[in-house]
Ligand binder design. Structure first.
Ligand SMILES: [Zn+2]
Length: 248
C-alpha cells in the first residue's frame, strides 16, 4: 500500500457517563477518535460524539463493538471482547460501512490469525482495515517496513497502530489517512497555497496543502473562470510535471 499521509487517533474509556471523569482533553483536541458503542461497561460513543459532532460528520469518529452481534465500524478482537473466529460473521452481518471499509482491531501478535480467519471465509485483505495494538514498538504502523521507524516490527502490515498512551487515560494511534473518509478540500487561499506559476501555455497552476497534509493542485486555463486538473489526495511526487519545459 503506497501512502504516507497519516492521522493521529485517540481513544479512551473516560467520560462523565462512564468513569465519572471529564472528557479527556486529548479527545476534545483529537483529529480522529474511536469510542465504544457496544459490548462493555464504558460506552464512550455517546458522550464523545456529543462533545465532537464535527468528527462524526467528517467520518473521523470510529465506533467500536466488543461483541460480534452489534453494529459498529470496528470489531474489537481482544481478551474480554471478540475472537478471531467471530470476525467474518460480524463483518457480513453487522459492520457499519457508512464511512468506508469496516475495521478490525487486535493485538499485533494476533493480526495474522485474524487475516487467516477472514481469508478462510473468502474475505480478502483489501476488503477491511486492520488496526493493530503494538505498544512496545514506538510510534509506528505495524508492517514489514513499519511506517514511522523505517524497519519492520515483526508483524503483518496494518492500516494503523495503537502504540502509546496520552494523559487522561487515553490511547494514541497513528492511522494511514485512507482509513477515514477524505474531507472536502477547501478553496484556494493564501494560507493553504504552497506555490503557483504560469506554464508555457499560459495556464495558471496552484499547489495547495489540504487539512490532512496531502497536497493537490489545480489548473486554470487561459481565459477560464473555473479550475480543473486537481488531483485530490495525491502527493506531489506522484503528480505529473506541470508542462513541457519552455522550448522543449
Ligand atoms: Zn508493530
Amino acid at each position: 500500500m503506497h501512502a504516507t499521509a497519516t492521522i493521529d487517533m485517540v481513544d479512551s474509556i473516560s467520560s462523565p457517563a462512564t468513569t465519572g471523569q471529564p472528557i479527556p482533553q486529548a479527545i476534545l483536541d483529537a483529529a480522529a477518535i474511536a469510542a465504544y458503542i457496544a459490548g462493555n461497561s464504558w460506552p464512550t460513543w455517546d458522550p464523545y460524539i456529543a462533545a465532537r459532532p464535527d468528527l462524526l460528520l467528517a467520518g473521523r469518529a470510529v465506533s467500536i463493538t466488543l461483541t460480534a452481534r452489534a453494529r459498529a465500524r470496528c470489531f474489537d478482537i481482544e481478551t474480554g471482547g471478540g475472537s478471531p473466529a467471530e470476525a467474518p460473521g460480524w463483518y457480513h452481518d453487522f459492520a457499519d460501512r457508512t464511512f468506508g471499509l469496516p475495521w478490525l482491531y487486535t493485538y499485533a501478535s494476533q493480526v495474522q490469525t485474524v487475516i487467516n480467519m477472514m481469508s478462510a471465509a473468502g474475505i480478502p485483505r483489501s476488503d477491511y482495515l486492520l488496526w493493530s495494538a503494538h505498544p512496545s514498538g514506538g510510534r509506528h504502523i505495524c508492517g514489514p517496513a513499519a511506517y514511522g521507524t523505517g524497519h519492520g516490527c515483526g508483524y503483518p502490515q496494518a492500516d494503523g497502530t495503537q502504540y502509546g498512551l496520552l494523559p487522561g487515560n487515553c490511547d494514541i494511534s497513528i492511522m494511514f489517512a485512507y482509513c477515514f473518509a477524505p474531507l472536502p478540500n477547501p478553496p484556494n487561499t493564501e494560507d493553504n497555497m504552497l506555490a503557483c506559476g504560469l506554464n508555457a501555455q499560459g495556464a495558471f497552476h496552484v499547489f495547495r496543502e489540504n487539512p490532512d497534509g496531502s497536497i493537490d493542485y489545480g489548473i486554470q486555463a487561459p481565459g477560464a473562470n473555473g479550475w480543473s486538473g486537481g488531483v485530490a489526495g495525491q502527493h506531489v511526487a506522484e503528480l505529473k510535471p506541470f508542462a513541457p519545459k519552455p522550448g522543449s
